[in-house]
Design a protein around this ligand. Structure first.
Ligand SMILES: C[S@@+](CC[C@H](N)C(=O)[O-])C[C@H]1O[C@@H](n2cnc3c(N)ncnc32)[C@H](O)[C@@H]1O
Length: 296
């Protein structure tokens, strides 16, 4: 839970819950709704929505069922896409005055491009209990839809979560797409579908060849979801033809097309605290490692 603030009215923590002179202390829970499908919200997230007096959510980004399946009858539902940040802050101030529980529902996981920090800090400054309930991010949902692991032994062991610069949010220095692309590992690129030509140019400039495998994931887990595999040099045409200019995520990198490698962890020659190695498999694995090749 968030910070405990001692305000003019004082805090009573004797009953294990913080109360402000008889009024229940208000709470804001930032809840990750997942990528779309209502059953991809976590149990904790669903509980927070069920407990809430007010549920704030963006109807354009979070499927209605995520809220309506869990909210209690009589809960106040506020569509955040129709109001400004100041109006949301006014709701938090009301929660502090009236001891309300607010579920602020964000798409995917709130830790990524959710504008959560400014809200979290404002709610904490109002003396509210504040928490973040994690959610399934779109990049995990897109990998699942494509049936791909993003980290493949000896091919890619890192995932870069990033976006194209431009639009309303300037990128910090040294975070250009081409700089990340130089690592040649798996990239999950958010918020970039409106400028696929620029995205592909940046990835090429960073060294990805034209035949780099790409997964294009449009509205993953929504009823109209589309998941496509293509090459880097096909991405722009695919997106233009299908009019994917928002709610689209790109997974890029050799791991998206890799096959034939195997993890050392489950190799019979590998041992760890809970498993002994098979001697012959152990010898073969050691020989392969010495030769610099993958697990046999
Ligand atoms: C403002 S960001 C929010 C990201 C979110 N917090 C998350 O963890 O997935 C919105 C971007 O996330 C990606 N995105 C979110 N939901 C998606 C979905 N269901 N299918 C494909 N991309 C999605 C798109 O790149 C979209 O432009």
């Amino acid at each position: 839970m968030g910070r405990v603030a001692v305000g003019a009215r004082g805090l009573d923590v004797s009953a294990g819950r913080h109360r402000l002179s008889g009024v229940e202390r208000g709470r804001v829970s930032f809840v990750g709704a997942g990528p779309g499908a209502a059953d991809l919200i976590t149990l904790r997230g669903a509980r927070r929505i069920a407990e809430a007096d007010v549920v704030v959510w963006a109807a354009s980004l979070v499927m209605a069922e995520c809220v309506t399946e869990h909210a209690r009858p009589g809960a106040e539902l506020v569509d955040s896409s129709r109001i400004a940040h100041e109006d949301v802050l006014a709701l938090y101030a009301r929660a502090a005055d009236e001891g309300l529980r607010i579920a602020r529902v964000h798409s995917g996981d709130p830790s990524l491009w959710g504008a959560v920090q400014e809200q979290y800090d404002a709610a904490a400054a109002l003396g509210l209990e504040v928490e973040i309930v994690p959610g399934v991010s779109a990049f995990g949902a897109a990998a699942a839809a494509a049936g791909r692991e993003l980290t493949i032994p000896e091919v890619a062991q890192s995932v870069v979560l990033t976006r194209l610069e431009g639009g309303r949010t300037p990128m910090p220095p040294r975070e250009k797409l081409r700089e990340f692309a130089r690592h040649g590992t798996t990239m999950a690129i958010f918020l970039s579908a409106a400028r696929t030509g620029q995205m592909v140019d940046e990835l090429r400039a960073g060294g990805y060849p034209d035949d780099t495998p790409v997964v294009v994931a449009y509205r993953t887990t929504w009823p109209d979801e589309v998941t496509l595999r293509c090459r880097l040099d096909e991405v722009e045409a695919v997106c233009k033809e299908r009019r994917f200019w928002r709610q689209t995520l790109f997974l890029v990198g050799p791991a998206l097309g890799a096959a034939g490698t195997r993890s050392h962890l489950y190799h019979p020659g590998h041992f760890h605290t809970f498993r002994k190695p098979e001697p012959a498999a152990r010898r073969a694995l050691r020989a392969a490692r010495a030769a610099g090749s993958g697990a046999p």
